[in-house]
Design a protein. Structure first.
Lengths: 384, 378
């Protein structure tokens, strides 16, 4: 059985979407995805909701609230959550529903309305309540330590990460849905205010309200819905115990495991050459560099050289984040599904002003938690 | 639309901790590690053989964002596929069942846990409400259940005292269930009389407890190596009602009915009369009656007759969810109870039952429902 993305939708992402409730925000993305697939809710068997940790939006089990706005009464509705990468974990759950025979067409909707909760305070609750939380400063302190370790061990510089900021913020200029549209230079990034060294303000994504939705269907049904399905060649989502004493921090092992599994099912042997475009979920600039290595775009330690070569820019041989990535818009719970939807848009030629010409195979990556939950998906124009 | 299951999925083993009002000397990871270890024990399956872990728990109850993140080690999920289903564990089992039925994996572990004693259960429930209209009017889980009960009792022509038949049976059976620590709850002053939300008394509400439960599922062709008598998952279905309470039916649970319909159909167009054991979850006595009726085991408003004149059908032999409601794990505990009986495990009364229906619920005022059907070979 081959499963495909047959429709995608996204809201306009912004710092505060005061014009809609959380349910209204999710509905906006769902209406666009259903319209893209020329379907209605009557055609949908099951709904998977993915959102950031419920405390981020200060509503417990928010999927229950969405039911009325989505018109999902008496349908299966379940929420899958996995930190920031939750959108991809949700899409994977939806694929399993179709493969397992409990649904034919599944709607996946992911969203976050970060303007309505206390974000970094909620993130700090990730740490152990008895020991650890008193040291916690959201997720930034952890990420800074992570980046610093990579700088020391691999000799990467702050400039390498700044190049990611420059590239992704430039790409976001062409994405009509992006929240932040402002070009920056390497110098501006390096001189921007340090928040938790080496992380500086311009290395950090915005905090956004936004939602994304996709519709999944299989085989002939997918082809009956659209002439151009984005076929899913593989998808996996792996975890790593956050307190594992043998945890290797410089490379992301769960991401390497997920990539190995997905590349095998997708028939990928040389990721850098075989992918036409990549959409990576980079919560801070340094993470995009780390993912280049874990996804096999370059050798371990080679990310600084790869970003400097310009090959991951729009004009390069493997454009990374034509959408602008998280630096363009960062509604956390939605960002992973946005990466998948953007990858699908690229291989079906629907990415508009940020289309990579002729793209036919794309990789999407997602992650969450304490840099310990990691997922990968490969989509292509060809059925596989 | 629902299609028939493409491959058979087996329940190979399951275990639960004792369900207690307060496990103050044990952390979440202790409860989880106990059930993961006990579920694998004696099966020949070791943690490295497990392909994936799906877990159920609540960030709001745990007071932690992405709380599964802190429990991955005890879940045995290190370097495995893992996802959190933030709904009762029965939905996590449905996910695992689909994953195996679709051929994506061979062996999976499903874990649900709950420690409401560490949090504020009332905040958990009111946190489910829409924040602009419903929260400010002071609606809570008790008043909502009271409103539903008033309408149900009126429609059924019943008296609040009639509900004692439901709760008395539940607590008597829980007393006989080694997995539930009843702690003399029914002997406390006012248990049967104190009104919580008219017409419901304390005895009409489920009692939150701490505990964990784990279930090992696997593909049919390896089930025989793991257990002599696997229980087969033959069908599952779920359905949700609207969130806005005033938009729902007051005296019936059409979402539970829709969930059961989907499960019965997947099981091969079965009917309620094909089943001889039910384990169902409810947050109140009236909720339990409404589930029985929605699942087709009683006529509308006729559920109470099952408690007065029992027939061959076994309903909640474990005592059900009223004496022990480990929120987010309650439905999966029902599954463990039903599967253990079908499989004839030591410590569980050996009934003649061969086919079981298991029900779980989630959300404010039982908005969401999941039904799963099981059977063992003759």
């Amino acid at each position: 059985m081959s499963i495909a993305i047959v429709g995608t939708g996204q809201t306009v992402h912004a710092r505060r979407r005061t014009d809609v409730s959380q349910a209204g925000l999710a509905r906006e993305a769902v209406v666009e995805a259903l319209t893209d697939a020329s379907l209605t809710m009557d055609d949908i068997d099951s709904v998977v909701v993915a959102s950031g940790p419920a405390m981020f939006g200060a509503v417990n089990q928010p999927e229950k609230w969405l039911v009325d706005a989505l018109g999902a009464r008496y349908k299966p509705v379940v929420r899958v959550t996995s930190g920031g990468g939750t959108g991809l974990a949700g899409a994977l759950a939806a694929m399993n529903q179709i493969r397992g025979g409990s649904a034919r067409r599944v709607l996946v909707v992911a969203y976050d309305k970060l303007s309505e909760g206390a974000l970094q305070a909620s993130i700090s609750t990730l740490y152990d309540p008895l020991w650890g939380r008193e040291f916690a400063v959201g997720i930034m302190g952890f990420s800074a330590a992570y980046w610093h370790a990579r700088m020391k061990q691999l000799g990467h510089t702050e400039e390498a990460a700044a190049l990611v900021a420059v590239k992704n913020r430039r790409n976001a200029m062409r994405n009509p849905k992006a929240h932040v549209k402002r070009e920056v230079t390497v110098q501006e990034v390096l001189e921007s205010r340090p928040l938790c060294w080496p992380i500086k303000v311009l290395d950090v994504p915005p905090i956004s309200d936004g939602a994304c939705a996709i519709v999944l269907a299989a085989d002939d049904d997918a082809l009956a819905i659209t002439e151009r399905p984005a076929w899913i060649h593989g998808m996996a989502y792996y975890s790593e115990a956050d307190n594992g004493p043998d945890r290797k921090m410089v490379q992301s092992e769960p991401l390497q495991i997920a990539a190995t599994k997905v590349y095998k099912s997708a028939g990928i042997t040389n990721p850098f050459r075989e992918f036409d475009v990549a959409e990576l979920q980079e919560p801070y600039t340094c993470f995009e560099l780390s993912y280049y290595e874990s996804l096999g775009f370059c050798a371990e330690g080679g990310a600084a050289e790869l970003i400097a070569s310009g090959e991951t820019q729009m004009e390069g041989s493997l454009p990374v984040n034509p959408s602008g990535g998280c630096l363009g818009a960062n509604p956390i719970g939605a960002t992973a599904l946005i990466r998948l939807a953007e990858a699908a848009m690229q291989v079906t030629g629907k990415a508009g002003s940020h289309q990579v010409p002729g793209a036919s195979r794309a990789v999407a990556q997602a992650g969450g938690g304490w840099a310990n939950l990691r997922g990968v998906a490969v989509v292509g124009a060809e059925k596989r | 639309m629902t299609l028939s299951t493409t491959r058979r999925v087996a329940i190979a083993s399951s275990a639960q901790t004792a369900l207690a009002p307060r496990w103050s000397d044990r952390q979440h990871i202790d409860l989880i590690a106990e059930v993961v270890g006990r579920t694998l024990k004696g099966t020949g399956i070791v943690i490295d053989d497990v392909d994936f872990v799906i877990d159920s728990g609540s960030d709001f109850l745990d007071g932690r964002s992405i709380s599964n993140c802190g429990f991955l080690g005890s879940l045995g999920a290190h370097h495995k596929e893992e996802s959190r289903v933030e709904e009762d564990g029965l939905w996590a089992l449905a996910y695992a069942s689909d994953k195996i039925a679709g051929g994506s994996a061979e062996v999976g572990l499903v874990v649900a846990y709950s420690k409401p004693s560490e949090g504020n259960v009332d905040n958990y429930w009111t946190g489910l409400l829409e924040p602009f209209i419903q929260r400010p009017v002071g609606l809570d889980q008790h008043s909502a259940a009271g409103l539903v009960a008033r309408r149900y009792l009126a429609s059924a022509g019943m008296d609040p005292d009639d509900l004692h038949d439901v709760s008395r049976q539940a607590w008597e059976r829980a007393e006989a269930n080694a997995g539930v620590l009843t702690d003399g709850a029914v002997d406390q002053d006012g248990f049967w009389e104190d009104e919580v939300a008219s017409p419901l008394r304390r005895s009409d509400f489920s009692r939150p407890v701490d505990g964990a439960v784990a279930v090992l599922v696997c593909r049919a062709d390896i089930a025989g190596d793991v257990t002599e008598r696997p229980a087969w998952i033959t069908g599952h279905g779920s359905a949700i009602d609207q969130h806005f309470l005033a938009a729902r039916s007051w005296d019936s649970l059409p979402a539970a009915e829709a969930a059961a319909r989907a499960a019965y159909r997947m099981a091969g167009d079965t009917r309620p009369s094909d089943y001889d054991l039910i384990e169902l979850a409810a947050t109140s006595t009236v909720g339990e009656l409404m589930v029985l009726e929605a699942l087709g085991f009683a006529d509308p408003f006729g559920g109470i007759a099952r408690y007065r004149e029992p027939d061959g059908l076994s309903v909640n032999p474990s005592g059900g969810a009223l004496p022990a409601d480990p929120i987010m794990a309650t439905g999966l505990v029902r599954l463990h109870e039903a599967a253990s009986r079908l499989m004839g495990r030591p410590g569980f009364e050996t009934a003649e039952a061969r086919r079981a229906v298991v029900h779980g619920t989630g959300g404010f005022a039982m908005q969401n429902h999941c039904v799963l059907t099981l059977e063992v070979d003759e």
